[in-house]
Design a binder for this molecule. Structure first.
Ligand SMILES: NC(=O)C1=CN([C@@H]2O[C@H](COP(=O)(O)OP(=O)(O)OC[C@H]3O[C@@H](n4cnc5c(N)ncnc54)[C@H](O)[C@@H]3O)[C@@H](O)[C@H]2O)C=CC1
Ligand SMILES: CN(C=O)/C=C(\CC(=O)O)C(=O)O
Length: 489
């Protein structure tokens, strides 16, 4: 029996769910709550409410400054409720409490950042080349936004969509993943408490094939913001063939971490651990390919092995735990399959490759030496705690290996040579390069991928522009009659 029931938030109200499904606590494998499965009709209601709020009602005429104040309030509420939201996220996804608490408290700053931008995103006056005409460019909200997020870092991945969308004056329907939606459905209470008018923010959950498809293909949606896997991204793009919505895609990666022999090896080993074992490797920026200079490979792998084997695996609600379970059984099955195929090929297991004893979807921190081989673990995004190791001899080889992937989300470079750091940062094909650090984020900094890692950027100043569109207003300032009507002016 499950003890909690969550509800969708549509048009300013929480709906009694008609259909529900069980949500599983990944640390035990047992169902702990029932979640509402939004139907296509629920999605239609949410989008219609968002469309009404956009076209009529208080949101349409609210000043940008007032929108900013609401966003500040929301940011403050998120920070004040970070502990409660973190417990829910940890329960529903298995992400360790030490990270969910810190990450959600920081999410408040994302709302505050976009709150500050709301009344600073200006249009323009154009010194047009016709003396009797005056042209201004207005920046208007793009319209109803459909936001779709996966289960990991949901409050964070939602804030980078909701923040700029609301600052720009859009309205939004946000779909939480069917895997672990509890924290987002609880966050809806804070949206209500902050005082956003009904319909401005709608939050629901359901399955991809009906709820997600309807949401992203709906004719009243003008903008789709998606985070998730590349194959779902292709479905989303097909869905948007229906409404021609402007679409951004934040997808996965196979991010390289390049360690040169001249690096501070202990610091680099900590960063590699942060990149692949934090969040149990379930991070889009997971540094899943370690490229290490051959002269220090053995020494570096020995350090890494020691650090990996010392990781405290356990109950994600325990603040001393360093690695929790994977979020779903499906995820563990996939990781086990790719690891088995890689070891059956040329891979050498350095550590891990097993399930720790007990219930729950746990998987040990795993390191595989790929030799020089093109193994499945080197190619596939696993979204789990599996590090593949490749060696290089020269900077050129390191760069070639780093760029030998269709993805291009993140990367890390570890060196004490400034010139080398700059050259690598310039030449790596990825949306993020961290030098002598890893997995650092900020609301001020744009984030997004190259190649198969996606389209568009979230975070920073440029993100808000993607939630607006320009309108050019031409005003005739002359008292003279319009000249020759048969010639374009
Ligand atoms: N670049 C980034 O910022 C991030 C990327 N990811 C990527 O997400 C993946 C893991 O998350 P998953 O939940 O497994 O991703 P997923 O792609 O399976 O699901 C993401 C969301 O899409 C929805 N969805 C599924 N099919 C749909 C359809 N046909 N139409 C509309 N919506 C649909 C799901 O219900 C869920 O809400 C990994 O590949 C990972 O790299 C995850 C986090 C961050
Ligand atoms: C998206 N991101 C950085 O901007 C990093 C995340 C979020 C995610 O993977 O979903 C992370 O490392 O948890």
């Amino acid at each position: 029996m499950t003890d909690a029931v969550f509800r969708n938030f549509i048009d300013g109200r929480f709906d009694e769910p008609f259909a529900t499904f069980d949500s599983v606590d990944p640390s035990t494998g047992a169902a702990w709550a029932r979640m509402p499965a939004a139907s296509e009709a629920d999605v239609d209601r949410a989008i219609e409410a968002a469309h009404r709020a956009l076209r009529s009602g208080p949101w349409r005429t609210m000043t940008a400054t007032a929108r900013g104040k609401l966003l500040v309030k929301l940011g403050d509420l998120v920070a004040a409720n970070a502990g409660r939201l973190a417990e829910l996220e940890t329960r529903d996804t298995g992400k360790i409490i030490r990270e969910t608490r810190a990450q959600i408290a920081y999410v408040g700053d994302y709302y505050r950042y976009y709150a500050g931008l709301a009344d600073k995103h200006e249009g323009a006056h154009v010194p047009v080349d016709k003396s009797d005409l005056d042209v201004t460019i207005r920046r208007e909200p793009i319209g109803v936004v459909a936001a779709v997020v996966p289960w990991n870092s949901q409050l964070f991945l939602s804030a980078v969509k909701l923040g700029p969308a609301l600052a720009a004056g859009c309205t939004i329907v946000l779909k939480a993943s069917e895997d672990g939606p509890a924290p987002l459905l609880a966050f809806a209470e804070l949206v209500q408490e902050a005082g956003f008018p009904p319909g401005v923010v709608n939050i629901l959950t359901g399955f991809g094939h009906d709820c997600g498809r309807r949401l992203t293909s709906h004719p009243l949606v003008s903008r789709v913001a998606f985070t998730g896997g590349p194959s779902t991204a292709r479905d989303i793009v097909r869905n948007t063939a229906e409404n021609l919505a402007y679409t951004t895609l934040e997808l996965g990666g196979k991010s390289p971490v390049v360690v040169f022999a001249d690096a501070d090896l202990d610091s680099a080993a900590n960063a590699v651990v942060a990149g692949i074992f934090a969040a149990t490797g379930q991070s889009c920026v997971a540094g899943s390919r370690l490229l290490v200079e051959r002269s220090v490979k053995d020494e570096f792998l020995a350090r890494l092995k020691r650090k990996a084997e010392a990781i405290r695996i356990g109950d994600p609600q325990d603040p001393t735990t360093e690695m929790g379970p994977l979020a779903t059984l499906r995820q563990r099955d996939w990781i086990e399959k790719v690891v088995a195929e890689s070891l059956a090929s040329d891979g050498t297991l350095i550590t891990g490759g097993t399930r720790p004893a007990g219930s729950g979807f746990y998987y040990a921190p795993t390191i595989i030496d790929a030799g020089g081989s093109d193994l499945p673990c080197v190619r596939e995004e696993l979204f789990g705690p599996v590090l593949s190791v490749l060696a290089f001899d020269t900077e050129a080889q390191a760069l070639a290996l780093a760029n030998d992937t269709p993805f291009g989300l993140a990367s890390g470079v570890f060196t004490s040579n400034l010139g080398k750091a700059h050259r690598m940062a310039r030449d790596i094909h990825a949306g993020v390069v961290w030098v002598n650090t890893y997995r650092a984020v900020s609301p001020l900094v744009p984030f997004g991928g190259y190649g198969q890692s996606g389209l568009g950027r979230e975070g920073g100043l440029e993100a808000i522009r993607d939630y607006t569109r320009s309108k050019s207003v031409w005003i005739n300032t002359s008292d003279e009659p319009i000249p020759d009507p048969f010639v374009m002016r």
